[in-house]
Design a protein around this ligand. Structure first.
Ligand SMILES: Cc1cc2nc3c(=O)[nH]c(=O)nc-3n(C[C@H](O)[C@H](O)[C@H](O)COP(=O)(O)O)c2cc1C
Length: 212
């Protein structure tokens, strides 16, 4: 009888403590959700569809695919920087043009698409504390039009999560240039992926690993 009641007590303790563990896991989930609600997340990106290195003529740019995966995974808003200049040309021609833009320090105009809808005027980014910033590497850093965006939007008090797609340069100078632009921002570990890899299953896994 004594042994039976001892066993029942032990079972009760075990059941209670495992419930406790579950409950504290759930509390953590709630805390995370609370944080997410208090500080929204947005993915800001530029991406070029059309003739590109290693992937041919693509309908959707490599970086856009990464940006969409992040946005979906984190339930984050998606802000696309659209250059007012026409970049619909061969890869070689665009390389020449981009080189000239960079050498001249040109800051091309841009419009913004928030979740695929045109933003009229300036977008208010106050609600967003976590900002994912991504673009292709063009001549070692982000395309000039992204610097046009950086000039207009002060992201110094934000937490920035930089990423790039590239064909050999990795992050290039993108993070360094972002750090120079926003010396007071907090930076998380940046991520880069080959452009031709983003449509593959391995690529998707790498992107999701980084998000995690
Ligand atoms: C104008 C231009 C310049 C590029 N310069 C580089 C470079 O310096 N280093 C690199 O690794 N890849 C370079 N690339 C390749 C792109 O970074 C790569 O294809 C990227 O995934 C394109 O992304 P997107 O489709 O989102 O524009 C360049 C591509 C273009 C069009």
């Amino acid at each position: 009888m004594k042994i039976k009641s001892l066993l029942i007590s032990l079972l009760a303790i075990l059941t209670f403590s495992s419930c406790g563990a579950k409950q504290s896991e759930n509390n953590n989930d709630n805390d995370m959700n609370k944080n997410n609600n208090n500080s929204k997340t947005i993915v800001v990106f530029f991406s070029h569809a059309g003739d590109n290195y290693g992937v041919g003529n693509i309908k959707e740019g490599n970086t856009k695919i990464v940006a969409e995966i992040i946005s979906k995974k984190l339930d984050a808003d998606l802000l696309e920087i659209v250059c007012v200049k026409d970049y619909d040309m061969s890869y070689d021609a665009l390389c020449n043009l981009a080189k000239k833009e960079q050498q001249a320090g040109e800051l091309p105009g841009f419009t913004l698409l928030l979740n695929n809808s045109k933003v009229e005027g300036k977008i208010n980014l106050n609600a967003y504390n976590n900002i994912y910033i991504g673009g292709p590497v063009w001549w070692g850093t982000y395309p000039q039009v992204m610097f046009s965006f950086f000039k207009e939007y002060d992201l110094n008090v934000k937490t920035l999560h930089p990423f790039t797609t590239h064909e050999g340069s990795g992050l290039g100078n993108c993070v360094k240039d972002l750090e120079k632009t926003y010396p007071k921002a907090t930076f998380s570990k940046a991520f880069s992926i080959y452009g031709h890899e983003v449509r593959t299953e391995e690529g998707k896994i790498k992107i999701e690993d980084w998000i995690r």
